[in-house]
Design a protein around this ligand. Structure first.
Ligand code: PAP
Length: 328
């Protein structure tokens, strides 16, 4: 049965695509997508149509400011969490953490810290003039595909990566949730095969991680590299590191008042996933907020991957990260 475009959530509707994007698409390699039927390889990384449109406009039109901050992740690396923590740290003067009407209690962090390529997918010339510095943006775009204005600026970038086995399992569940009934679910074997070949949204995963890892080694003042697992295991240390990097370190008075624990509590999986907005709310993209909260744990891959899959993924990861100094 044909499904009308208007009855689809926005993330499944055909986007308005420019002639430039259409011309480019016809020259790019294609592969099957995880949610939409097709993904396109642009500058070495896989994109859905609307993301491709967004990335092109972002590259062409984004006027970076030296004070801008970007939180960057591969999808399912803990983006929702990093956005929430970053928003809480940077806005703690305007929005005291323990106040009962903190924005994070009513609004999902994806609305408070939007993906810049999503903004550009809808509008090639968005108006950011009402955003006071430092402007906080998010992106899943690889380092090579960031706009030139970002490359030449003194913007700060925080990249958070996650163990590829947990990231894959999270992406597998998430994308199956996004598929409508008539699309059927993807099998884990099929998606695993694509992931290992590097075909995942904004992937290959390893290339994206290495791009930001190398940059963090070369420009440590501009690029901070974090791991989801370290954030889970030593959250206070990582949060203090983030605040320092953002140029607003936790002060001795704030330490005394217990602000670090307060931010961690506010942004915890338990707090956020139990809020009304995140249980029943929907993003402007049409995605349900609830889809961003599954288990929030390290090691769920043990419940989903066979020994052969683990061996294969570990071998690829070892091979790709060999000599980089990056381990999992
Ligand atoms: P995105 O990259 O698609 O924007 P992202 O937040 O990275 O979303 O994906 C959700 C993952 O982060 C989920 O992981 P899981 O599938 O392994 O459970 C989700 O549970 C986890 N997550 C969301 N919020 C938090 C949080 N506050 N603390 C820890 N993990 C979280």
């Amino acid at each position: 049965m044909a499904i009308s475009q208007h009855s689809l959530p926005k993330y499944l509707q055909d986007p308005l695509v420019s002639k430039e994007c259409k011309d480019l698409m016809s020259t790019l390699s294609k592969n099957r997508g995880w949610v939409l039927p097709v993904m396109y390889n642009y500058q070495g990384f896989w994109h859905s149509i609307s993301h491709l449109q967004g990335v092109l406009s972002f590259q062409k039109h984004f006027p970076a400011q030296d004070t801008d901050i970007f939180v960057v992740t591969a999808p399912k690396s803990g983006t929702t969490w990093l956005k929430a923590i970053s928003f809480a740290i940077l806005n703690r003067t305007s929005y005291p953490i323990t106040s009962g009407d903190h924005p994070l209690l009513k609004t999902n962090s994806h609305e408070l810290v939007p993906f810049v390529e999503d903004i550009y997918a809808d509008n090639p010339n968005p108006d950011f003039s009402s955003m006071p510095p430092p402007r906080l943006f998010a992106t899943h775009v690889s380092h090579v595909s960031l706009p030139e204005s970002v490359h030449v600026s003194k913007c700060k970038i925080v990249y958070m990566c996650r163990n590829p086995k947990d990231l894959f399992v999270s992406a597998f569940h998430f994308t199956n949730k996004l598929r409508l009934e008539h699309m059927g679910v993807n099998s884990i074997e099929e998606m695993f095969d694509l992931f290992c070949k590097g075909v995942s949204l904004y992937g290959p995963y390893w290339d994206q991680v290495l791009g930001y890892w190398n940059e963090s080694l070369q420009r440590p003042k501009q690029v901070l590299f974090l791991k989801y697992e370290e954030m889970k295991e030593h959250p206070g240390t990582e949060l203090r590191k983030l605040a320092e990097f953002y140029g607003c370190p936790i002060t001795p008075k704030e330490e005394e008042e217990g602000i670090v624990d307060a931010i961690l509590r506010l942004c915890s999986f338990e707090t956020l996933s139990n809020l009304e907005v995140n249980k029943n709310g929907t993003l402007t993209t049409g995605l349900s907020n609830q889809a961003y909260f599954r288990r929030g744990e390290i090691g769920d891959w043990k419940n989903h991957l066979t020994a052969e899959m683990v061996e294969q993924l570990d071998m690829i990861t070892e091979d790709k990260f060999h000599g980089s100094g990056l381990t999992f």
